[in-house]
Design a protein around this ligand. Structure first.
Ligand code: PNS
Length: 158
């Protein structure tokens, strides 16, 4: 059984994330979406809220699970008996940080590999931060996040 972990902040989950989830879910027997539970990042949503939102919008993927983690990602990956970390790459600007993280993770856990899925072009500009920015100015979010997530963002920013 091949298990992969797709880690991130997902604050909130966007169509860009869902695109990566849909594509990665057919590559592995089990895909765990792992939400970073890190108060230092000062997220808009608690880890619990983010997990619930992702569960709702991924309920049609039978092999996708949603969980939260703290501490080192590779320790979590090992605890889950996973061998692969999935990350999305939007643009060259993501590359340096992603490469450094993948190399450090591999140094600590050589048996764990990171694979990158290039984000579909229509979502290349999308990020959770930019969605929150647009939401703060009361603009519609329908092109960026599912309706369930849009509603939660609106309620949170009220
Ligand atoms: O969505 P993000 O914020 O780009 O995701 C970053 C994430 C969660 C993948 C990264 O910050 C992470 O793995 N944090 C846990 C601590 C860790 O293991 N860091 C990388 C090795 S130094």
């Amino acid at each position: 059984m091949r298990t992969a972990v797709y880690p991130g902040s997902f604050d909130p989950v966007t169509y860009g994330h869902l695109d990566v989830i849909a594509r990665a879910s057919v590559m592995f027997d089990r895909l765990i979406i792992a939400v970073l539970n890190n108060s230092a990042k000062n997220p808009l949503f608690s880890a619990d809220e983010r997990v619930k939102m992702i569960k709702e919008v991924t309920k049609d993927f039978p092999n996708v699970e949603v969980d939260s983690f703290d501490g080192l990602l590779v320790d979590y990956v090992r605890r889950q008996n996973a061998s692969v970390i999935v990350r999305g790459l939007r643009a060259v600007t993501d590359f340096e940080y992603e490469l450094q993280m993948a190399q450090m993770n591999r140094k600590i856990a050589p048996e764990v590999d990171t694979i990158f899925l290039t984000t579909s072009l229509e979502y290349a500009y999308l990020s959770s931060s930019i969605v929150k920015e647009v939401a703060r100015y009361d603009r519609p979010l329908g092109e960026f996040v599912p309706p369930f997530v849009e509603e939660k963002v609106r309620l949170k920013l009220k």
